[in-house]
Every structure is written in structure tokens, then in C-alpha cells.
Write a protein that binds this ligand. Structure first.
Ligand code: IVH
Length: 670
């Protein structure tokens, strides 16, 4: 048993060392952060149980990897430390208990919580208010002198503001790249046929360690301070006080610092986790620090990490797994998209077995092939993405994926549009895949909202050729449906009832339901507001369509193309003949009243006089944007009984809050 432990320790050390090198030196990790953390934890556990087998150069005994050559080495007079991690609420409570134990305190200790920015650590040295040096962390003791590069980061002052700064001030913080700027930069690099970056962290690290400062100057880097290194005099008694002092010297500090006791911090963590996607930069957790500096000093350090602080990490967002196959999916408008089928991997709280590959350009760019080991990333609600292929781990010759020449479902020839990088099935409604997707869209909640007609039923109806177009749905009878497998007479009646009730709709929903290419909900609403009714829209020339908000020449041509197809016009006539209708309140609003343009509304809790959906439609018809979560952009929150987190947040942010009665009053004027 013990020799087994020795071997395992040795193997883990080698494995972790390789990952450290890939991550810190090559900026090219081959496993996700969560998987890495697990390896380290396993090693720490084994080393604790078998201290005799701990290797002197074990990765647990140091912070990072050796700097890559090219930059001068800098010794940190005050080492740049690492942070201990906690991964769940129990571990967080243990951390707090240890802190309070050591402090011999029973009262709740004041903590400071900050987003854990996902970039790379930087130390900036100011002497007599002038920036004299900037260095990366390196292994914590010795980093790289990147002063020339850091001088190009515009948000970092070269001279401190005011005159009350200490003679010597070393500021520690994180260099990051904001998400939007990262995307824009990658696009630019791609246009220049240069290497793009996998994620903002790698982009920040790669940019900062560029040897040519002129290139660094073109990279959109930002910096946020979160602490101090060497200083000639103290700046305050608390961490939060120190951050305020830095702010006064014009140094950007980590935004979002919250001072609170540990039980409140648990809530801060869940809010941060829930809102991480709204932040302009990527964060991978929250850092919690004891706010009082004297207490920090009493607590001191253990190994290379302070006892007074800990990182509370978010569930991993990236992991490596194997790509089993690339399937072809035919969408509503015939677009054929490659979809990656993966060996299931647990990621950010869910099991992921599919990932999007966007289009065939992306397949070529990634050079992804079946059997490859790939890195998958899941951020927020978005469909998981393959961000990198470990081509170096490809162990046998596999052919690259070729562009399909025919539709995998109906075998019609495909059309390629080079500009869009899209391959499209030319089969139109002949193609059962397109038919199914169009019908799924037609019945979906935000379109005609036909509850009870799901994908399975649609597949059956299409298979039997009972339903070819959306109008056919309104011709179905309960008697006919009763003949289907697992369809009792009650369910058949319910389905027909749901279809019948959907006949009363809004013009905007109807337009959206038609599934015209590029006409999403917002465009459908704009069209519904601009045109009195369907007859006018059907015949509207391009110029007239282009006068509508958000409608440019491409969207206008898609709308025209849709209405020029004879069977599309026939379907619309059929639908109206079969009783689909809408009220026209949307199109004849008194323009004096439609003053919600530019406003953002959120609805929460229950409403009694209408559903939230109906209320949203009405608000939108008046020009408001209705969204799902409260932020500083929110104009008004409508809160009904049962409102929870959104109401709290609106109160904290000082957003206007109204109840249902006030909402009705407002809608009535219109
Ligand atoms: S405090 C004593 N605060 O996370 C160590 N670190 O995993 C001081 N980081 O090396 C670190 N955001 O690069 C601190 N608000 C924050 C942070 C933060 C990101 C990074 C930092 C550190 C690493 C540790």
C-alpha cells in the first residue's frame, strides 16, 4: 500500500509539473482548471498522509513555473503569494472557523469579498509617484521585468495622482482582457491571418509577455489592483481602506469589493456566480479576505498562501474530453451545422455530451476530427463550445471532416455561401428536417405558444404526412389524433384545444412564428409596429422594409425572398382563413404615449390580471425592452407577490419598483 502511495505521488508530481509548464510557460493548458485542482488536491492529500514520500520539488511546494527567457529576471522583495482554495459552502465555513479560531474571536469577523479576476498577476512599483518597474509573478520569488509592456496599458497611471502617496509603493493586481475586447481582437487577428487566442486569460498572458512593446500597445489590456507588495508606509488599517487609498492615486482597483460578515458573504458568492456572465470580464471565483490588516498580520501565512484570505472557486468551466463524432444537423432555414458528440464530461455543474461547432469554417479552423481529445468550455447558459483540439495527442491518422455535398436528411443538393461560411440544404419544405424545425419554431412558447405540441408529436405528424405546413396543424381533429400511439381521447382533445387557443395571437408573434430568416423577436416587433397588417408587409418593397429599425439590406432581402415564395403566401392565407387572428393594439398606439422607448423593464413574481408573457408583450409594444434579470440598466421592476432575489437586487441598486396596479394604470393610458 505504501509503495503504491509513493508511486502515485511521483506520477502526480510529474503530471502536475507538465500541466504547470503547459499553463504558465506555453499558455496552452491541456486540462481544465477544475481537473487541475483535483490533481493538486489529490497530491496534497497523499503528501499529508505520507509525508515521507513528499518530493522536495513537488509542485505543492511552489507557486508557478519558471519564467520563459526573453525578459530580465526580477526578484520580488515581498514575495507574490498564492491563495488557498475552497470549493463549496462547507469548505468556506471551515475557512472562516479556522480564521476565527486563530483570532480567538467569537464575533463575526468583517471580511472583504472581491471577484477573482481571471488574468495574470502583476506587481507595479512606484517610486516618488513614478512608475519605475512592473513584473509578472513568475514563481512568486522571481518574475519577469515587463515594464515596457506595462507602460502601454492605458489604465495604469505612469505618475500617481495627488501628493500624499508613499515614497515607495508596490501595487499588486491582475492584468486582464475584457470579453468584448477579446472577441474584437481575435477577429482582427483572424483577419490578419495571425494566431488567435483561446480565451481572455491566455490572450492577456500572451500579450503581456510579447517581446515587442509596440505589439503589446495594440492589445486591449486592463489592470485592476487587489493588494500591495513592498511599501514605505502603511496606507490604512483595512484592506478596503487601502483599496480606497489606491483609488485616490488614480490606480484602477478591483471593482465589486463588498464588506460583510461570513454569513452575508455566502449570499454575495451566489449572486456573483449568478451574475458572472453580465460582468465585462471573466472571473473564476470570489476572493475573501479578512478586512482588518492587524488581524491579517496576526493570522500570517502558511506555506505560500496567506491564512487571512482564500479563493472561493466557481465550478469548473473548462474540461478536456474525447470527441466521439461530428454529426450534421439541419436547421429551420436549411443551414447544416456540424455538432460535436462528446464523451460525457462533468462541467460547471452539468454533464455535457454535445458541443456546438458553429460552422464548417470553425471545424477547419480547429482542425477537429473524430477521436480527438478536445477542450470544452461552458459559460453561463450558452451551448458548450470546443475551444481547442489537442492535435499533439492525436494517436492515429484520421481524415479531416469534409463539407457535405447533399443534405443528410433529404439528400437534396446543398448550396454553399462562402461569405456566411454556411452550407444549406436546398430542399426547403420537402426536407423533413427543415419541416420539423420550422414547425417546432412555429409552436414554440415565444411564437404561437402551442402548449402540448412537442417535438415527438410533430415528428409523428410529419412522418404520417398529416402536417406539412403550419396551417395543417389547424386542420387536425381530435378524432384523427386519437388514433395515434399513446394518445387518449382526453389528450387528443387537449392538443386540439391548445391549437385552437393559439389562434388569438399578436401580429408580432405571428411574424416571428413564420420563421423568416434573420427575423427574430425584436425585428418581428419592429415590423409589426411599422406595418398595419400582413397585406401591407407582404407587398412592401425593399426600400420600405429598410426603413424599419434593425432592418438592413440583408434582412430586407430575406423578408422579400420569403414572401415571394408562392407556398409561403399560401400558408399565410390558409392560416388566416383557418382563424388565426391578432388584435391591432400594437400598431395603432398613440405615439405620444409610447414613451417607453429606450427603457428596460423586468417582471418578477405573480400577476393576477394577465400572464407575465402578456404583460411583456404589452410593454414591448410600447417600445420597452423586457429582460429577465435586474442590473444597473434596469429602468423599472414590476414586482408581484412571491418576488424574491430580483426584488432585493432592484432595491439595492435603487431601481424603480412598481406593483401590478401601477402597471395596469400605465398600460391603460395607452
Ligand atoms: S489576492 C496573497 N485578490 O488569484 C495573495 N488575488 O489564485 C494575493 N486574483 O495570484 C492574492 N483576483 O493573481 C487576490 N481579488 C483578488 C484576485 C486575485 C484574482 C489572482 C491573483 C492570485 C491568484 C491566486
Amino acid at each position: 500500500m505504501t509503495t503504491a502511495a509513493k508511486t502515485e505521488i511521483h506520477q502526480l508530481v510529474r503530471e502536475i509539473r507538465l500541466h504547470d509548464y503547459n499553463y504558465h510557460v506555453l499558455d496552452s493548458p491541456t486540462i481544465g482548471d477544475g481537473q487541475y485542482d483535483q490533481l493538486v488536491r489529490k497530491l496534497i492529500a497523499l503528501e499529508t498522509d505520507f509525508p515521507e514520500y513528499r518530493e522536495p520539488n513537488s509542485p505543492t511546494q511552489r507557486v508557478g513555473a519558471k519564467p520563459e527567457s526573453g525578459f530580465e529576471e526580477v526578484t520580488h522583495r515581498v514575495p507574490m503569494l498564492s491563495l488557498g482554495n475552497v470549493f463549496d459552502v462547507d469548505e468556506f465555513r471551515q475557512f472562516v472557523a479556522r480564521v476565527e479560531d486563530r483570532l480567538g474571536k467569537v464575533d463575526a469577523t468583517v471580511l472583504a469579498a472581491e471577484p477573482k479576476l481571471d488574468g495574470l498577476a502583476l506587481s507595479i512599483r512606484y517610486e516618488y509617484g513614478e512608475l519605475v518597474m512592473a513584473a509578472t509573478r513568475g514563481d512568486g520569488q522571481t518574475g519577469e521585468n515587463v515594464t515596457q509592456n506595462v507602460r502601454t496599458i492605458r489604465s495604469i497611471p505612469l505618475t500617481l495622482k495627488g501628493d500624499s502617496f508613499p515614497d515607495l509603493l508596490e501595487v499588486r493586481g491582475e492584468v486582464i482582457m475584457k470579453k468584448q475586447e477579446f472577441t474584437a481582437m481575435n477577429k482582427r487577428l483572424q483577419g490578419l491571418s495571425e494566431k488567435t487566442f483561446v480565451n481572455p486569460r491566455n490572450a492577456a498572458a500572451g500579450s503581456l509577455r510579447q517581446l515587442d512593446p509596440k505589439i503589446v500597445a495594440t492589445r486591449p489590456l486592463s489592470f485592476f489592483a487587489y493588494g500591495l507588495g513592498e511599501i514605505s508606509e502603511p496606507l490604512g488599517n483595512t484592506h478596503s481602506g487601502v483599496m480606497d487609498a489606491l483609488k485616490a492615486f488614480a490606480i484602477p482597483v478591483n471593482p465589486g469589493l463588498v464588506k460583510a460578515t461570513s454569513d452575508q458573504i455566502e449570499r454575495v458568492y451566489s449572486d456573483l456566480l449568478a451574475n458572472r456572465d453580465q460582468l465585462p470580464y471573466e472571473i473564476d471565483g470570489m476572493v475573501v479576505k479578512v478586512d482588518d490588516l492587524e488581524m491579517q498580520e496576526m493570522l500570517g501565512f502558511v506555506a505560500r498562501a496567506p491564512r487571512f484570505a482564500s479563493a472561493w472557486k466557481f465550478p469548473a468551466q473548462e474540461a478536456s474530453t474525447r470527441l466521439i463524432a461530428i454529426d450534421m444537423q439541419v436547421g429551420r432555414t436549411g443551414a447544416i451545422t456540424p455538432v460535436a458528440r462528446l464523451e460525457p464530461v462533468f462541467l460547471g455543474g452539468v454533464t455535457v455530451s454535445n458541443a456546438t461547432l458553429h460552422n464548417f469554417d470553425e471545424v477547419a479552423r480547429l482542425d477537429v476530427r473524430p477521436g480527438d481529445q478536445v477542450m470544452v468550455r461552458r459559460a453561463g447558459d450558452v451551448i458548450p463550445q470546443i475551444i481547442r483540439v489537442m492535435t499533439e495527442r492525436r494517436d492515429r491518422q484520421i481524415d479531416p471532416i469534409e463539407l457535405p455535398t447533399e443534405c443528410p436528411v433529404c439528400q437534396s443538393p446543398v448550396e454553399c455561401n462562402i461569405d456566411e461560411a454556411v452550407v444549406r440544404c436546398s430542399g426547403g419544405l420537402i426536407c423533413k428536417a427543415q419541416r420539423l424545425e420550422r414547425l417546432k419554431h412555429f409552436v414554440s412558447r415565444r411564437a404561437m405558444d402551442i402548449d402540448g405540441v412537442g417535438e415527438r408529436l410533430l415528428e409523428t405528424l410529419i412522418g404520417r404526412e398529416w402536417v406539412k405546413t403550419p396551417a395543417d396543424l389547424y386542420r387536425l381533429s381530435a378524432e384523427l389524433l386519437e388514433g395515434l400511439d399513446r394518445m387518449g381521447s382526453k389528450s387528443a382533445q387537449n392538443v386540439v384545444q391548445a391549437i385552437t387557443s393559439s389562434k388569438a395571437t399578436t401580429f408580432a408573434r405571428f411574424l416571428y412564428a413564420l420563421g423568416i430568416r434573420d427575423v427574430g423577436e425584436a425585428t418581428a416587433r419592429n415590423l409589426a409596429q411599422a406595418f398595419n397588417d400582413i397585406d401591407q408587409l407582404i407587398d412592401a418593397p425593399l426600400e420600405e422594409l429598410m426603413e424599419v429599425d434593425d432592418v438592413g439590406p440583408v434582412v430586407a432581402s430575406h423578408i422579400r425572398a420569403f414572401f415571394e415564395v408562392k407556398c409561403n403566401r399560401e400558408v399565410i392565407v390558409d392560416l388566416v382563413t383557418l382563424g388565426v387572428h391578432w388584435s391591432v393594439y400594437e400598431s395603432n398606439i398613440d405615439s405620444n404615449c409610447s414613451d417607453l422607448v429606450g427603457q428596460t423593464w423586468v417582471l418578477t413574481g405573480a400577476l393576477t390580471s394577465m400572464t407575465r408573457e402578456e404583460a411583456s408583450d404589452k410593454l414591448r409594444a410600447l417600445g420597452a425592452k423586457v429582460v429577465g434579470s435586474v442590473s444597473t440598466q434596469t429602468t423599472v421592476l414590476v414586482a408581484g407577490p412571491g418576488a424574491g432575489g430580483k426584488l432585493d437586487k432592484a432595491e439595492t441598486l435603487g431601481v424603480e419598483i412598481i406593483d401590478e396596479a401601477a402597471l395596469l394604470e400605465l398600460l391603460e393610458c395607452r
